[in-house]
Design a protein around this ligand. Structure first.
Ligand code: SF4
Length: 499
């Protein structure tokens, strides 16, 4: 077995997960990689290729096992090598770029990351140091002379002008001192990871995440902890922040949410969730619910945006990972007795959709009344960015944002709790419980990540005319269901208040 750099980094995060990755790949890969995840990986590849333009004219090692070509090139001190491959008896490393430094008579290592730069990325920084130190150790063992080590990543401050400026977009950070300071420690870690991952025996006992909330669990959790039921104590709201309580439940072997004793100390929100799970009864705080809805004014607009986060800014005014708003759906209820109206917008041209998006919004969105969205931070944030890029629309966007009401709030605040919510508040969890006749499951596109990816494929020319028509229809249906869902959830809540 050769320990790859990736497997070492996974091991460093969690030895059990690394074991599952190597010996039970079918489990590790059982959570199908979503189209959105594939798109993120694709972005990583694009950034890799872009970074090569900082050091043009290099030779690419195309085959990820081609140690022989790598060796030949390194032996003759080839100036720039992309994706060189190195094996020792125990380890395998592929660097993103090696650049020969004539002054030092040694190679500089460049590792390209698709993350944004920024001060609060300490988790990434630690991973980058270990990533580079792994490479240094492998290259040292093979007697490849090493000088400095660098990380290349996206400059979060960069704002694109007409032409993409790669030297401004990508920043090169010198990690040499930090990396050289830990190479010996990392070598010990690499050896112990290698020794541990040679063993085919499944790790015994629960994994350490047994004492962490659901959001901390990885894909291997269910496999490593088969006694833990699907709806477990890990799903209790914010239980990850109440380590003592979760540990007590685990120590007492109380795993199912249905087994939590009535006297067990929990916060009000946690207790409500557990009680609803036990009783299977709905709890509605009518006073708070009525108070929340009393602020909503006609005409009521139900609005939802679809966006694409482009790692490499595509248009003027965009920074790395800014969301491109390409679609909206809008249902409008003018008054209590009127029919529900529907308007929609989908932009599938290759150029910047910003102005078309704003103009269509201005055309259809009523000038007054409440605007209902699900998770206000998202739509408000898109509006803020739009008005930053197009200052002439600032006051319009500020007005839109001032009228936004977040329909998720009654559920996050537990004015309404349903046993089928299972402690979650996503629209996809709330809709089937309150309006079971509607479901995202019947649609070709069922979640936002796939919508993003589908739009990207359309504008990247991956479909023929027929494909574009079909995919556009799927996008329109998906977004329309989200605003219809908000209307149905709102209608359902109003009905509860009447009864
Ligand atoms: S759930 Fe946590 S402890 Fe268990 S394998 Fe995953 S990361 Fe490791």
């Amino acid at each position: 077995m050769l320990l790859t750099k990736t497997n070492y980094l996974v091991f460093k995060e969690c030895p059990q997960n690394a074991w599952v990755k190597i010996f039970r790949p079918e489990i590790y890969q059982s959570k199908q990689i979503s189209d959105f995840d594939k798109m993120i990986m694709e972005s990583g590849n694009q950034i890799d290729e872009l970074a090569r333009e900082l050091f043009p004219g290099g030779i690419l090692i195309e085959d990820r096992k081609d140690i022989h070509t790598t060796k030949k090139l390194v032996d003759k001190k080839e100036k720039i090598i992309y994706q060189p491959v190195f094996y020792t008896d125990k380890f395998e490393a592929i660097a993103d770029m090696l650049v020969w430094n004539d002054n030092k008579n040694a190679y500089d290592i460049y590792e390209v990351k698709s993350t944004n730069s920024g001060k609060n990325k300490s988790k990434h920084i630690d991973e980058y140091k270990h990533d580079l130190a792994f490479q240094v150790n492998v290259l040292k063992e093979l007697a490849v002379p090493i000088n400095n080590t660098y990380i290349i990543r996206l400059n979060s401050e960069y704002v694109r002008q007409e032409k993409l400026d790669i030297k401004e977009l990508l920043i090169i950070e010198d990690f040499t001192d930090e990396v050289m300071g830990i190479v010996d420690i990392v070598l010990d870690e690499m050896n112990s990871a290698y020794d541990s991952l040679k063993l085919e025996n499944k790790p015994q006992g629960y994994c350490s995440c047994i004492r962490k909330g659901r959001s901390a669990h990885c894909i291997s959790f269910d496999y490593l902890n088969p006694e833990i039921p699907e709806y477990s104590v890990h799903d209790i709201a914010r239980i990850g922040n109440s380590k003592k309580k979760l540990s007590e439940l685990i120590d007492r072997k109380i795993y199912s949410i249905f087994d939590v004793p009535s006297g067990f100390e929990l916060s009000d929100i946690q207790r409500n969730q557990v009680d609803v799970a036990h009783s299977k009864k709905i709890i509605i705080d009518k006073e708070k619910l009525a108070n929340f809805f009393s602020d909503i004014e006609y005409p009521i607009s139900f609005l939802d945006y679809e966006t694409f986060p482009s790692a490499i800014p595509r248009f003027v005014g965009y920074s790395p990972y800014n969301q491109i708003p390409f679609q909206f759906s809008l249902h409008i209820l003018q008054s209590q007795d009127s029919e529900l109206e529907h308007f929609e917008f989908l932009y599938i041209d290759k150029n910047n959709p910003d102005l078309a998006f704003i103009n269509e919004l201005k055309k259809y969105l009523p000038e007054n009344g409440s605007i209902i969205v699900w998770n206000k931070t998202f739509e408000s944030g898109i509006n803020e960015k739009l008005s930053k890029r197009h200052e002439e629309h600032l006051s319009y966007m500020e007005n839109v944002n001032s009228r936004i009401v977040d329909l998720e709030v009654p559920f996050t605040s537990q004015f309404y709790i349903h046993p089928e919510f299972s402690g979650k508040t996503s629209i996809k969890k709330i809709l089937p419980a309150l309006a079971p006749e509607f479901s995202h499951k019947v649609l070709n596109i069922q979640e936002g990540g796939t919508a993003s990816d589908t739009w990207n494929k359309i504008v990247s020319g991956e479909f023929d005319e027929k494909g574009i028509k079909e995919k556009s229809k799927d996008l329109l249906e998906y977004c329309k269901l989200d605003t219809l869902a908000m209307f149905e959830i709102w209608k359902h809540c109003m009905k509860q208040l009447e009864d």
